[in-house]
Design a protein around this ligand. Structure first.
Ligand code: FES
Length: 124
């Protein structure tokens, strides 16, 4: 199975990896496919117009390389976004950002998105 250079880059050098102390929200998703898991941590602030946005985000993944890369890219996509916009991030967005995910690895991307959405729902 061929993984893109971007997947390999985010797997080798994950962005925003690690737990955030005093997070405003924390949620874990577990894959029904393989049992791997991703946890997303969020800090939120209000912008000048009173909208909540994700001011900081971190992740921990117990899973495969594609799951790590997907969580890494998901945190990059969500950081500094209003929470309503971050809720719209989909597995298609993650796969596009990673320059493609092979079909058997789509659930790895889904894991990151599900954890993000669960965390956001805790604060919205
Ligand atoms: Fe299950 Fe990647 S193989 S998360």
């Amino acid at each position: 199975m061929q993984l893109s250079e971007k997947v390999m880059d985010h797997f080798r050098n994950p962005r925003n990896q690690g737990k955030i102390k005093n997070a405003d929200a924390e949620a874990q998703a577990v894959s029904s496919h393989c049992g791997d898991s991703t946890t997303i941590y969020l800090k939120v602030k209000k912008d000048k117009d009173g909208f909540q946005y994700i001011s900081d985000i971190g992740f921990e993944t117990m899973g495969c390389g594609a799951a790590v890369a997907s969580a890494s890219v998901t945190t990059e996509l969500a950081k500094n976004k209003k929470i309503e916009e971050a809720l719209k991030i989909s597995v298609d967005d993650v796969a596009k950002e990673l320059e493609g995910l092979p079909l058997p690895k789509i659930h790895c991307g889904q894991l990151a998105v599900e954890a993000l959405h669960k965390a956001i729902k805790q604060i919205s």
